[in-house]
Design a protein around this ligand. Structure first.
Ligand code: ADP
Ligand code: MG
Length: 443
């Protein structure tokens, strides 16, 4: 422990790196002039040996007064040892660029559990040594399990270490729309600008890459972006809802590149992890909630961390509004709609309205309300169109859900969207595709 703490202090390791990499290490043997260190799992032995051989060596010699060689060994093969190369130094970028990151999504607020342990360690490794070892990093997992949180954590970590590093986080949707825009303007300067933006950086994070598959021109451009960055040893981090091998309409050349680096999945959290996440949220938001209530939420909401947090928020908001005590009765009452076991998600106008509103970053009440500014008009028409396309609800009833509009208003809204589609408006058609996938993830 003394050795480990010395390494931590001298190298100013963050708590999270310390816990992930060093704390699990134990001394296996000290023989002749070699200290053999036991690494509990194989996955990151190369990384640990690259990063920490030298620091450990120095710390051991300081503490014992002896120079030892360091070897690493795995539990399953005590005879096999891997000596290591010295730690590599990191490269520096030159302008600060802080790209739309959520300040709350950091490694400090990320709860590590059995469902995300590997993805977390992989992300940390990449954050500590961008472009050096695992490139690309491909994170995959279902909705609301923490992919975006981990990606932002990596970006924050890198920027904190080196504010000059050029880090760019975008959703694949933004990438696509900017590309469409650059192509539509139809001159070389806009394309050159687009390429400069995406190639002249140190770290590119592309979130939800599943939304660009099936779009030929986007895949093509992304392929070239990928090659340019990878060839220059710039770090690429990609997230998706599926592993590359299951992404059906992905071009093979992109698939094979996605598989070059490290692929890590995040699965659904187990009960302990769900509890830990709720506790963390309670701590961060400064709540003090009955254990029984937390347990009730953790027991009943299983597959999605966003819903888990949403449930807690909903209870707190309700208690606040009604000035009621937070107890199990209140929790049961508030969550009864969310907790309907194993029920398949039915597509309703309400669901579509919620998803469209969230997508455009406006509130559901503004979406169905009476405002007529540009921020709400198009989303409202899109919601009308999707309600008609994706449900069997009559125009009259769609109108009721959308702020009591009559059926001709809904019909007009739908034809606006149709006429854009007939004009080959690619932005609209790509937005519609994404929304359809969000509304009905199974398809
Ligand atoms: P995804 O991108 O996989 O759909 P997000 O990263 O948006 O999921 O996560 C959904 C919500 O759950 C976010 O508010 C995020 O902070 C939270 N969350 C997910 N995983 C964790 C975790 N391990 N610890 C703490 N919060 C988490
Ligand atoms: Mg996400």
């Amino acid at each position: 422990t003394e050795i480990l703490n010395t390494v931590k202090e001298e190298h100013e390791l963050t708590d999270v790196s310390f816990k992930t990499w060093l704390l699990p290490l134990t001394v296996h043997t000290v023989e002749n002039d070699t200290v053999t260190i036991l690494v509990p799992s194989e996955q990151f032995i190369t990384y640990i040996s690259k990063k920490f051989t030298l620091p450990l060596k120095v710390a051991i010699s300081e503490i014992t007064g002896h120079d030892y060689e360091i070897a690493f060994i795995l539990p399953e093969d005590v005879k096999q040892d891997k000596t290591a190369a010295p730690a590599a130094s990191s490269n520096l970028g030159n302008t600060a660029e802080k790209a739309n990151l959520n300040p709350k999504y950091t490694f400090d607020t990320f709860v590590v559990g059995s469902n995300n342990k590997f993805a977390h360690a992989a992300s940390l490794a990449v954050a500590e040594s961008p472009g050096e070892i695992y490139n690309p990093l491909f994170l995959y997992g279902g909705v609301g399990l923490g992919k975006t949180h981990l990606m932002h954590s990596i970006a924050h970590f890198i920027l904190e270490r080196d504010p000059r590093s050029k880090v760019l986080y975008v959703t694949s949707e933004v990438f696509t729309n900017e590309l469409i825009e650059a192509i539509r303007n139809g001159n070389n300067t806009t394309m050159t600008k687009f390429r400069e933006k995406y190639r002249n950086i140190d770290v590119l994070l592309i979130d939800d890459v599943q939304f660009i598959i099936g779009k030929e021109s986007t895949q093509e451009e992304f392929f070239h972006t990928f090659n340019a960055l990878h060839g220059a040893k710039k770090q690429i981090i990609i997230s998706s809802d599926k592993p590359p091998k299951d992404m059906e309409i992905l071009e093979d050349r992109l698939r094979s590149r996605f598989e070059w680096g490290l692929i890590a999945d995040i699965s659904s959290p187990d009960y302990e992890t769900r509890m830990a996440i709720l506790r963390k949220k309670e701590e961060l938001d400064g709540y003090d909630i009955d254990k029984e209530v937390i347990e009730y939420i953790a027991r009943n909401i299983k597959s999605n961390i966003r819903e888990l947090e949403g449930a807690l928020n909903k209870i707190m908001a309700y208690a606040n509004l009604e000035k009621r005590e937070v107890n199990i009765e209140l929790a049961e009452k508030v969550l009864k709609d969310i907790i309907s076991p194993n029920e398949k998600r039915v597509i309703t106008p309400e669901l579509i309205i919620d998803i469209v509103a969230e997508h455009f970053d406006i509130s559901a009440s503004d979406l169905s309300g009476t405002k007529r500014n540009s921020k709400v008009v198009l989303p409202r028409q899109i919601a009308m169109y999707l309600c008609r396309e994706m449900t069997n609800v009559t125009l009259k009833n769609i109108g009721k859900c959308l702020g009591n509009r009559d059926h001709t208003t809904i019909m007009n809204g739908c034809s606006k969207i149709e006429s854009e589609l007939n004009k080959n408006n690619e932005t609209i058609s790509s937005t519609l595709d994404i929304l359809k996938k969000k509304i009905n993830p199974g398809k």
